[in-house]
Ligand binder design. Sequence first.
Ligand code: PXG
Length: 464
Amino acid sequence: MTKISNHLPTARLQALDAAHHMHPFTAGNDLARHGARVITQARGVWLTDSEGQRIIDGMSGLWCVNIGFGRKELADVAARQIEELCYYNTFFQTTHVPAIGLADKLAELAPGDLNHVFYANSGSEANDTNIRLVRHYWAMKGKPEKTVIISRWNGYHGSTMGGGSLGGMKGMHAQGGLPIPGIVHIDQPDWYAEGGDLSPEEFGLERARQLEAKIAELGAGKVAAFIAEPIQGAGGVIIPPESYWPEIQRICDAHEILLIADEVITGFGRTGHWFGSQRYAIRPHIMTIAKGLSSGYVPIGGSLVCDEVAGVIAEGEFAHGYTYSGHPVAAAVALENLRIIEEENIVGHVHDVAGPYLAAKWAQLADHPLVGEARIEGLMASIALTPDKAARARFASDPGTVGYRCRERCFANNLVMRHVGDRMIIAPPLVITPAEIDILMERAVQSLDETLAELKADGLMVAG
Ligand code: PXG
């Protein structure tokens, strides 16, 4: 294989990057001051940067490289597909073999009667599709007033006008006029931060019943759908109490509300099941997929749609689509990715090997003086940092100050572990081995120790 390693010195790359490349979710001036880390190569769970450092990737890129980096099979499939049919569209009564093959495979893997896929290129696009799809469905059913979509504060559903509106990130809403009309938010099931004196199970029921209250306030005749991630990812790996999802399911069933499970992160093995919906016995009408669908090797996403909704939509023409819906190269790569997940029993590896092994070690972090709670499901995990464990206290400093410092310590120790406010999160590639988990944990503990020492030295171990 030809290596693409003939690059410029790091400082020059960083200067060019800061001058010409506008980064997502990055403060531009910080970038110019510090320079971005330049990642040049990756294999398995290991990244290499332009200085030759080897970094363990605790985030699977951005929650997506489920099968690990550098699988040659996917490169071969992409090359073959580009030669055979590099592009054709799926509009106007045409199709092609990769789009068909992937749709068939997804129908087989997806739970219940989610037998139909509408392709997009990302999770954001798929959620934009979902907004139009559910409203159009109810219009076709003679209920055009059912338009409102209920979602949750601190949920994440993407960055487009639709996805950003469905999401409940106030910082995003503050930029560019979000949310768009017809989207309302209820509170998240984050017991650690918001549960007060309730038990987790009481709190889970209380938060689920906010959905029923919101439906009553709006009138069920106005509500099209409820959308949520089975486990919130970008919100900080918020694992809901066990009481939460059964109550949400009951409420959606009782009030004729479509249920959309956003499985962009929880799909394709992340929780130790093919889909997070299976972990929580959720029966969604629509599932949003992306990321792990192709393990991030190429962009592809989509909406998995149940028989009833797809049947009604099929009665007319859904005036919606993207040039690259079902792109043949992306579909072929995704199909090969799914073959690898299935044949190598990667979901079983998460469920039986890597998940339990990491869980045992992760739970021990709860004893660290800086950690208020340690949560894990499959291979997505989080810890809440706190100055006072017993009180589940927040820091006096601005939210994220401590988390950012901890992330910087991790980076210095060649571990990618992210922060969301003052929570630290990981979601490593699903193929991670126990020996690699040992390395990850060693670096995580060292980074926590160093963060604690720094906070003490700077007088930041103070509750606010
Ligand atoms: N839904 C969920 C649940 C997601 O996590 C999207 C939709 C949007 O997907 P696209 O492919 O349009 O990005 C996501 C994406 C983070 C982070 O900071 C998380 C995502 C994307 C970027 C950053 O954790 N999730």
